[in-house]
Design a binder for this molecule. Structure first.
Ligand code: GAR
Length: 197
């Protein structure tokens, strides 16, 4: 069975959607572990689904490399086929990218390359965009700059604030993420071909 590790920082609503999809017997992948950079609220979803979890606490930018090495050790112990950053609000260091990419993917609440970074929804609103979106990408050493695996547009509606817009983007993100995981698991998405592209 194709195995997936999911890394989070926050509420883990996308994680939960993936856990729900992956427990369906017809889904070709299984989540085997959930990791976080702090005691994230979303770890409760892992617990509810009887999923093992780990925390590698973020100790500041000066310790980013050591944090990445520790994260790599934890992930290597589980040896997943795919690592999903699902709201992990850290730039993973190069050692993590080189260990896992292109089997290291990230969900992002914007239509990349528009609005990369940690405040994509806020930035779209501040720019007066009439549409934004959701993207699933391969992680590289840049900020949300890796190959795009799936993306879809979401309209910005009059009166939207950061919360309402983000809540409308998230269901799209979930659908794209679940589909990308499925495509990796079935071989429709080929890591070797992505790496060569
Ligand atoms: C998601 O919208 C995800 O794309 C975003 O954080 C949210 C996590 O929500 N990630 C980024 O902005 C990364 N640059 P969740 O914890 O409820 O799944």
């Amino acid at each position: 069975m194709f195995t997936v590790a999911v890394l989070i920082s926050g509420a883990g609503s996308n994680l939960r959607a993936l856990l729900e999809a992956a427990r369906h017997p017809d889904f070709p992948a299984r989540v085997i572990v959930v990791g976080a950079d702090r005691e994230a609220a979303g770890l409760a979803h892992a617990e509810e689904f009887g999923m093992p979890s780990f925390v590698v606490p973020w100790r500041g930018a000066a310790e980013r490399e050591a944090w990445g090495d520790e994260l790599n050790e934890q992930l290597a112990a589980w040896s997943p086929d795919l690592v999903v950053l699902s709201g992990l609000m850290r730039l993973v260091p190069p050692a993590v990218v080189s260990a896992w990419a292109p089997r290291l993917i990230n969900t992002h609440p914007a239509h990349l390359p528009e609005f990369p970074g940690a405040h994509a929804v806020r930035d779209a609103l501040a720019a007066g965009a009439t549409t934004t979106g959701a993207s699933v990408i391969v992680v590289d050493d840049g900020v949300d700059s890796g190959p795009i695996l799936a993306q879809e547009r979401v309209a910005v509606l009059p009166g939207d604030d950061e919360t309402t817009l983000h809540e409308r983007i998230k269901p799209v993100e979930r659908r794209l993420l679940i589909d990308v995981v499925r495509r990796f698991a079935t071989g429709e998405l080929d890591p070797a071909a992505i790496a060569a592209s």
